[in-house]
Every structure is written in C-alpha cells, then in structure tokens.
Design a protein around this ligand. Structure first.
Ligand SMILES: Cc1cc2nc3c(=O)[nH]c(=O)nc-3n(C[C@H](O)[C@H](O)[C@H](O)COP(=O)(O)OP(=O)(O)OC[C@H]3O[C@@H](n4cnc5c(N)ncnc54)[C@H](O)[C@@H]3O)c2cc1C
Length: 269
C-alpha cells in the first residue's frame, strides 16, 4: 500500500464532537481516489515522543523500532478529495479523551503532519437500484454524506442517523428524494436500539434496495440481521460493516473482528 503524508491546512468543528481536518502539501502529490463514496485511508498516529521523524514509513518503523513506539493505525473515510487544490478532508469523531485518532484530531494544528496508507474502498450507490437505505452513526457520516451527494434526482434515499442531540446534526445534500431522520442518544443503555428500531419502523418502498449500514458493531449486527431475516434483502444488495465497537480500542476490535463478522454471518445462515 502506498504511503502518503499531509500537512494540516485547517481544522473546523462541524459539531461539538466532529472535527474536519483538511490536509494538503507536497506529500499528497500523485494521490488519486477510486470512484467510490466510502473511500478510506489508514492513518498512522505515532505515540507522543516517538523516536522517528514526523514524516515516516509505517512499514520501516515496524521493521526497525520497538513495538511500543509503533504508530496507532486507524481507518478514516475520505470526505472529500479536491484533486485540483490537492486538499484531502477527513472528518474525525472526537469521543472524549480516549484513543489515538480522536485526540489527535481534536488538537491538530496547521502544519501538523498526518501519515497515511491507502486509499481503499468498496461502495458506490448502485445506479440500478430502485431506492437507497443509508444507516449509521457519526463515524459513517462522511461516507453517507458523500453517498447522498452521488444519488441522482428522482431516486428515493431513506436515511437514519444517530447522534448526541439536535446540536450534533449536520446539513446533508442530496439531489434525490430524501427521507432523513436523526435519532438522539439519551445516554441510556437502550441507545444501542435507536438505529435498529428506526430501521424496523421504515415502510420499505417497492423495488430493489441498495443498503449501506455502517457504524457501531452491535448496532450494525442487529440491523443486518433484520434486513436479511425480516425484510429478505439479499446480501449482494447491502454493504454492512462494523466500523468500531463499544468499549474496545481499534487494536482490541481488530483482534476479534474476524470472529465477530463470522458470528454475524452465522446469525442469518
Ligand atoms: C473503513 C472505516 C472507515 C471509517 N471512517 C471513519 C470516519 O470517517 N470518521 C470517524 O470518526 N471514524 C471512522 N471510522 C471509525 C474509526 O476508525 C474508529 O472509531 C476508531 O476506533 C477511532 O479511533 P480512536 O483512536 O479515536 O479510538 P480508539 O482508541 O479506537 O478507542 C478508544 C475508545 O473510544 C471508543 N470509540 C471508538 N470510536 C468511537 C466512536 N466513533 N464513537 C464513540 N466511541 C468510540 C472505543 O470503543 C474505545 O472505548 C472508520 C472505520 C472504518 C473501518
């Protein structure tokens, strides 16, 4: 995978927990993006005091440095790539003081360096579908926002999103016929049911759906099970992926993700 680095040009708080970091500079020269709306990059965030330069090769660091100094690896969606200006926008959820990427983004300043590998991707709204279902939390907002911008006029797009309250919503643009509902967490344990319940309440239009369902693992698992078992949506018509998991760092999540995804499949075998 190719390695790149961007220098922070600007940061902008879109909501109290979502910060947009715009990267630019010579380290992005030659970067190209696939034709997709969920394109992601693997960012590499070194621990404080790491004994290597701000611009580094993750592969070389892993070969030559002790493990405790290796950068934390996290995936982030490309919200926008302005090829003409050479500017890359990533939207980071800042979920308290925990983690590597959230705190990095919260404190990023112009000139700071972000090394990343990629890009990779997998989804583009299906132009042959009859309607679109897009479901997720703030971590999926960049991909859902980019997907909505790719949906043409006249096409139905049903969107269910969860966030912390009215002040945490962001404007979304779609040429299609948009049915958008924001759910608001209350801090109660049944917040985990907000998205699955909202999807269960949707009156599905006629025709073939193209579903994009991404976010917290247990929420995605419940929605996927519902779509396949109760709604009869073929697997080929859905992109469902657990981006992160409550109580787990990304390292802990990656260590069990394969088994979790296998269990998700077995739910509806
Ligand atoms: C393909 C892909 C694309 C992604 N795109 C984006 C994106 O564009 N923007 C984005 O913000 N995230 C995105 N994510 C999710 C992001 O990679 C994870 O949320 C990651 O764990 C955040 O890393 P961290 O260092 O901030 O926290 P970690 O060190 O991984 O976790 C620390 C603690 O925070 C919790 N936590 C992690 N993420 C969240 C969250 N979103 N909300 C609340 N608590 C959380 C963990 O459960 C853990 O308890 C994407 C993931 C994938 C796989």
């Amino acid at each position: 995978m190719a390695t790149w680095h961007g220098r922070v040009e600007t940061t902008e708080w879109l909501t109290p927990t979502l910060v947009r970091v715009v990267l630019g500079g010579e380290g992005l020269a030659g970067l190209t993006m696939p034709d997709a709306t969920d394109t992601y990059v693997n960012v590499a965030i070194p621990p404080v005091g790491a004994p290597y330069a701000a611009v580094f090769s993750p592969a070389e660091v892993r070969e030559t440095q002790p493990k405790e100094t290796w950068p934390a690896r996290r995936r982030y969606t490309v919200r926008d790539w302005d090829a003409a200006a050479g500017l890359l926008s990533l939207d980071f959820v800042v979920h308290g003081d925990e983690g590597a990427a959230g705190p990095w983004a919260a404190t990023a300043r112009p000139g700071d360096v972000l090394v990343f590998e990629g890009p990779g991707s997998g989804f583009l709204p299906d132009p042959t579908a009859d309607w679109h279902l897009l479901v997720g939390d703030e971590s999926a907002l960049p991909a859902i926002a980019a997907s909505l911008e790719a949906i043409p006029a006249g096409r139905r797009a049903i969107v269910r999103l969860v966030c912390d309250g009215p002040g945490f919503e962001i404007p979304l643009t779609c040429a299609g016929d948009l049915d958008l509902l924001w759910l608001h967490r209350t801090g109660a344990v049944d917040d985990v049911d907000l998205l699955p319940d909202a999807v269960a309440d949707v009156a599905f239009p006629e025709g073939r759906v193209d579903a994009f369902v991404h976010g917290e693992a247990d929420e995605i698992r419940a929605i996927r099970r519902h779509l396949i078992s109760d709604r009869g949506v073929p697997r080929a018509d859905m992109s469902c992926s657990p981006y992160w998991r409550r109580t787990m760092t990304d390292e802990a999540w990656r260590a069990v993700k394969r088994d979790y995804v296998a269990a998700m499949d077995a739910d509806v075998a």
